[in-house]
Design a protein around this ligand. Structure first.
Ligand code: 4AD
Ligand code: MG
Length: 477
């Protein structure tokens, strides 16, 4: 008796062998044909029942969503679109699924409906494909960095520092209900929160990763990060996973090379290892595109886009060049930019980023050397005194996928910058130590993992690429 997964059996040629298999019923038709799925692949295996020898009661219990075990013979299939099927000799119902109550019926459900059933939506083709690709992509991330000699560092989730200086942090509280210490004004005194200190959930592991890069040379983090920004967009989550490499003795050019090579490499990995899931997602997306007006349809299919990215160079453009392009361009015959770019120094909005990527260059763009005053305190000041060695990688359909920089390694310049921004040296004394003792040129970046999964799967909404999305409306489950 061969115990296999659906994926193994569909690929095998073990004809006339006895096999056993467990999984969940997707559909049951004509009291005869079960489409069984066990999560190992997007495909179901057809299990054919000898209904004359199966009791009524069992037949009634074979419903969508039920868990079953089957034993039988693997045979060549006569049916269209499948190579093998199982001629069932024994069937056991392991767990019933009442069809009157089970929300995931064999029909097309809206993504909104499925978001409300985040604990069950992975039982659909779309979500199982997305989550398998997500899993393979995580593996590819580790594989890339481990192969390149990076050390994986676990940076803290609870921290006293605000790495981005943007104040978008969730406070950590250890107060018991109604026992929080109060300020004189009667508000909760968060400065005494985490066992007497003020702490928050990390917005980025970068500052801690920098301290490790200054000893281990090449490091990366890959963990959950949190942003208390109330943005309800298809690109933002309150809890997302970030990948943050940090490398000693590497400058901004090296950082751009690393980001480009890394992204191409992990996408090439999923193209090779997730062929069935990507073929399904490609089909799904082309169906969706058909419902859009011609002008809004994508010129390339999902698979074409993925191949294009892995095979072509990203365009590298300075902020100053980008501003010139934007000032002289008309995004559309009818429509102007909602926020026209009038002067150097303005922050780019997503409409500008998407114009550069999707209309002007028609490929991923790395923008670098941004004005100092629109970027974080830790970025290396350029000789011009007004720009910093920052870089953002912009992707078609996504916008910003990576934010990074060469770091300010000069203690005096860093202190001056912190003073100008009102950042207390005492709070970051440990960070400043890296500049006091054996400081060196170094650089790194952060890549939003869910935005990468969105690109790889073609899913339009970031809530559909993470198992249990945390957004301003939803922290259930
Ligand atoms: O540009 P950000 O804020 O950069 C940092 O946090 C740096 N400390 C990273 C570093 O240099 N080590 O965030 C980095 C990336 C963004 O480019 C975006 O892809 C993603 O993280 N990101 C989000 N993804 C989902 N939801 C959000 N709310 C996100 N905010 C940022
Ligand atoms: Mg950014």
């Amino acid at each position: 008796m061969i115990k296999g997964t659906v994926s193994d059996l569909l690929k095998s040629e073990l004809f006339l062998q006895e096999v056993s298999l467990k999984g969940w019923v997707r559909t049951f038709r004509s009291n005869r044909f079960i489409a069984l799925n066990d999560g190992s692949t997007i495909h179901n295996i057809q299990c054919v029942i000898d209904f004359e020898n199966t009791d009524e009661e069992t037949l009634k219990r074979i419903t969508t969503g039920a868990a079953i075990a089957v034993k039988g013979t693997l045979v060549e299939s006569q049916g269209k679109g499948q190579s093998v099927e199982i001629q069932v000799s024994e069937i056991e119902i392991l767990g019933d699924s009442n069809p009157e109550e089970y929300p995931i019926q064999p029909k097309k459900h809206s993504l909104e409906f499925l978001r409300e059933n985040a604990h069950l939506r992975v039982r659909t083709n779309t979500f199982s494909a997305v989550m398998r690709v997500r899993s393979k992509l995580s593996f590819a991330v580790h594989k890339y960095f481990q192969d390149e000699g990076f050390n994986y560092v676990h940076t803290p989730v609870i921290t006293g520092s605000d790495a981005e200086g943007a104040g978008e942090m969730f406070k950590v509280t250890s107060f018991e209900a109604n026992k929080a210490p109060l300020t004189e004004a009667g508000d909760i005194d968060y400065s005494k929160d985490f066992f007497g200190k003020e702490t928050n959930l990390t917005v980025s592991g970068q500052l801690e990763a920098e301290t490790y890069a200054m000893a281990l040379g090449k490091v990366y983090t890959f963990g959950p990060t949190f942003r208390a920004e109330n943005s309800n967009t298809t690109r933002h989550l309150a809890e997302f996973w970030m990948i943050e490499p940090e490398v000693a003795f590497m400058d901004l050019d090296g950082n751009m090379d690393l980001a480009e090579d890394f992204i191409k490499s992990v996408l090439a990995y999923v193209l090779e290892h997730c062929q069935d899931d990507l073929a399904f997602l490609d089909q799904r997306l082309s169906q969706e595109e058909k419902s859009k007006p011609q002008a809004e349809r994508s010129e390339m299919s999902l698979l074409e886009k993925l191949r294009f990215i892995t095979e072509n160079n990203f365009k590298r453009v300075s902020y100053t060049e980008a501003i010139d392009i934007l000032r002289n361009s008309k995004p559309n015959k009818k429509k102007k930019f909602q926020f026209p770019i009038n002067e150097w120094g303005a922050d780019l909005q997503s409409e500008h980023e998407r114009y550069l990527v999707e209309k002007h260059f028609k490929c991923p763009v790395i923008l670098f050397d941004y004005p100092a005053n629109i970027k974080a305190f830790y970025m290396r000041l350029n000789e011009d005194g007004k720009t910093v060695r920052a870089m953002d990688v912009l992707f078609p359909g996504i916008g910003e996928i990576v934010g990074g920089a060469q770091r300010e390694e000069r203690l005096d310049v860093l202190k001056e910058k912190m003073a100008a921004l009102g950042i207390d040296e005492k709070e970051l004394w440990w960070y400043l130590d890296t500049r006091k003792f054996g400081t060196a040129v170094h650089a790194g970046f952060g890549l939003g993992f869910e935005r990468l999964v969105q690109f790889a799967t073609g899913m339009a909404n970031i809530r559909d690429v993470i198992p249990f999305p945390r957004t301003p409306q939803n922290a259930e489950f």
